[in-house]
Structure formats: structure tokens, C-alpha cells
Design a protein around this ligand. Structure first.
Ligand SMILES: Nc1nc2c(ncn2[C@@H]2O[C@H](COP(=O)(O)OP(=O)(O)O)[C@@H](O)[C@H]2O)c(=O)[nH]1
Ligand SMILES: [Mg+2]
Length: 354
């Protein structure tokens, strides 16, 4: 699960990356992108570890990637974007940082602070990136189809790609084109189109606006978060004990960093399930709609192979009972089969036999 942080130059991407990962930007290193794994904050985990007297608690993780800014305004900027496209395509979600803060010290892209226009400009580049891929492929397929052999597969692909092409030319994302019942998505999966990915917009505002609610996401974005990257980076540098006072001073009730991590997770369609024993309490991410056997496979392929059943209880219910044995005695543990659809916060014990 990877989120690529992208956007125009000087929008605050690297500052946000520092806030999320604790890794500070160092000058001159940004010719390449940087990656770091971070724990998904989860209040349930310490409670679960206490109930099971687990030796350790292991959170789920997401990876964040920081890319150099690209300026669509000039040829060099477009080259930078193009160079990083293959990597950006590997991400599961795109976090687009747009500048909404005023600062005399940091020159603004195109000399104006206009978050909506900046987002559109980035989105147009994504659209254009996909259009280029689609157009190249369409040309190849048309050439292949002009030769006298059977091409059922190619014909199907071409038909779908033509629809993608038309959508992109009208600035509609590929995610609006694909029907999910026809296998079309599978046909195009290898392209990793940018406009199929969930987009999260981060409005990087000044400190004094950080407490205001976020505007609704613009068209083409699934979610939006308003924060001050600089404030968040500052919070990340503080000791736990100083954090609370700092947040109160700013009128914030929690760090936006954690909210962004959760928002990204949700935008990608992930939920959390939990496992616990005396050795380890652990949080895992699965796709919404995942079944018990898919969850078992996340933990260990043996568990999926030898799956018997999933002993399941909602975290809140277990917390209220306070004890696993008590939950069992009270008949609160559900015995779920392979096709059970996992719910967010399920505590699952997989019974298996290999
Ligand atoms: N005033 C203010 N400055 C910021 C904020 N976020 C980033 N900056 C400054 O903007 C400049 C560019 O930030 P950086 O994170 O390197 O931008 P990037 O090019 O998008 O990676 C740096 O000087 C930051 O200190 C913010 O929220 N408020
Ligand atoms: Mg940067």
C-alpha cells in the first residue's frame, strides 16, 4: 500500500513527507524520490495487547513516497514529471499537495496562490500522461489489426481503449469509463493508469487556517485534508509530552498527520482487522469486501490453505467484555466461514489445519 506525494514545486510536499515519516528533507537529494514506511495509528492496538497480554503490538503500515515537484509550465518540468511517471504509476493512491499558504519567503508557482487552479493543473498532467499511454497503445493495436490474422483479444482491448481515449480527451478520468462486471478493469490493469487511482488533495494552508474545516474535495479527488505541513512537521519533531500543549495553542484537537494517514487508507478502500495472542497483537489492512480466507492469507498462506473457520468478534464488543475467555463463555465469538466478509475492527482468530 503506497501513496505517492506529488504536486507543483514549492507546495510543501517534502515538508509533508517529513511530517508523516519524520524524515527531514536534505538539500540536493531530491533528484530521486524517497520512500518510507509509517505505522497506521490505531488506538485499538494497545487495548487489544492488554487484553491478550501480548508481548508486542504491531501496527499496520503504509508507505509514502516523496517526489520532486514538477512544473508543467516549462519543458524541463514536464521532463521531470515524465521521468518519474513509471514510479508514480506503481502507487496505489496519489496525494496531491496544493499550496494554499501565503509566504513572502517562498515564491509561489506562477506567482499566485490558487489551490483550485493548481490542483487542476496537476490533474491535467495526470490526464495527459494517461492519454499518451492510451494513444500509443491504440496506434500499436490498429497496426496489428491491419494484418490478416485473428485478433479477438486485440479487438476487445482496442474497443475499451478507445473509450478511455475519448474520456481523457474530455478530461474525464479512466475510473469513469470502466464497468466492473465485464472484466475490462482486468484488461487494463497492466497500464496502471493514473486517473484510475484514488486522489487525495492536501490543502497546505497557513498556520492560522489549520483549524478550519477542509473544503469538499474537488472533482476527480476522492478526499481532501486541510493542514499546515509546516505545523505538522513541527509537531512531529516534538516530544509526546509537548505535543498536546502545542496542539491546544493552535486550536487543534489532534494532529492532521494521523487524519491524513487514515484518509489515505480509506480512499484506497482499506479496512483494518486485528489478530492477537500472547506473543503479538497486530493490525492488518485488507480491501473492503475481503473475505475471511483472504484475511487469513494476509497473515499466513498456510492459514488460508488449511482454513477451517475464523473465530470473530468486533473489537468494541471485546473491549466492553474486557476478556477473550469471558467473550467465549458468553457465546460472543462468531464462528465464520471462508466467505464471511471481514468488517473493520474485527478481531479474528483463524483456526486452520495443514
Ligand atoms: N509558511 C509556510 N511555509 C511552508 C509550508 N509548507 C512548506 N513551506 C515552505 O515552502 C518551501 C517549500 O517546501 P517543500 O516542502 O520543500 O516543497 P516541495 O517543493 O513541494 O517539496 C519550504 O521553504 C518550506 O519551509 C507551510 O505550511 N507554511
Ligand atoms: Mg520536495
Amino acid at each position: 500500500m503506497n501513496c505517492a506525494i506529488i504536486g507543483l514545486p514549492q507546495s510543501g510536499k517534502s515538508t509533508l513527507f517529513a511530517a508523516i515519516t519524520g524524515i527531514e528533507p536534505s538539500p540536493g537529494e531530491m533528484a530521486h524520490h524517497r520512500r518510507a514506511s509509517v505505522a497506521v495509528p490505531d488506538d485499538r492496538l494497545p487495548v487489544l495487547a492488554k487484553i491478550f497480554r501480548s508481548k508486542k503490538a504491531t501496527p499496520a503500515t503504509l508507505e509514502f513516497w516523496d517526489f520532486p515537484g514538477f512544473s508543467p509550465a516549462d519543458a524541463h518540468g514536464r521532463d521531470v514529471f515524465r521521468k518519474h511517471l513509471p514510479e508514480i504509476r506503481k502507487a496505489d493512491a496519489l496525494i496531491v499537495v496544493v499550496r494554499a499558504f501565503e509566504s513572502d519567503a517562498v515564491p509561489a508557482y506562477r506567482n499566485r496562490v490558487d489551490p483550485a487552479a493548481d490542483f487542476n493543473e496537476v490533474w491535467e498532467e495526470l490526464d495527459f500522461g494517461d492519454l499518451e499511454t492510451v494513444t500509443n497503445r491504440v496506434e500499436k493495436l490498429e497496426k496489428a489489426l491491419s494484418k490478416p490474422t485473428r485478433h479477438d483479444e486485440e479487438k476487445r482491448e482496442l474497443a475499451v481503449l478507445k473509450r478511455c481515449q475519448e474520456a481523457l480527451e474530455n478530461e474525464r478520468p479512466i475510473s469513469t469509463v470502466l464497468g466492473d462486471t465485464t472484466g475490462e478493469a482486468g484488461l487494463l490493469a497492466s497500464f496502471s493508469f493514473l486517473t484510475e487511482k484514488p486522489v487525495i488533495v492536501v490543502y497546505n494552508v497557513s498556520e492560522d487556517q489549520a483549524a478550519e474545516p477542509a473544503d469538499p474535495p474537488p472533482e476527480h479527488a476522492r478526499a481532501s485534508v486541510k493542514l499546515s505541513a509546516e505545523v505538522e512537521a513541527e509537531i512531529a519533531r516534538l516530544d509526546e509530552s509537548d505535543r498536546r500543549a502545542f496542539l491546544t495553542d493552535l486550536g487543534l484537537d489532534s494532529s492532521a498527520r494521523d487524519r491524513l494517514i487514515h484518509t489515505s487508507m480509506e480512499a484506497m478502500g482499506y479496512i483494518t482487522f486485528l489478530t492477537a495472542c500472547t506473543n503479538e497483537a497486530r493490525a492488518w489492512l485488507v480491501h473492503k469486501g475481503a473475505t475471511a480466507i483472504e484475511a487469513a492469507d494476509k497473515v499466513h498462506s498456510d492459514m488460508a490453505r488449511g482454513f477451517i473457520r475464523a473465530e470473530t468478534i468486533a473489537f468494541d464488543e471485546l473491549k466492553a467484555l474486557g476478556d477473550y475467555k469471558a467473550a467465549k463463555a458468553a457465546g460472543k465469538l462468531r464462528q465464520e466461514g471462508k466467505t464471511y466478509v471481514v468488517q473493520n475492527g474485527d478481531v479474528i482468530l483463524v483456526k486452520f489445519n495443514v
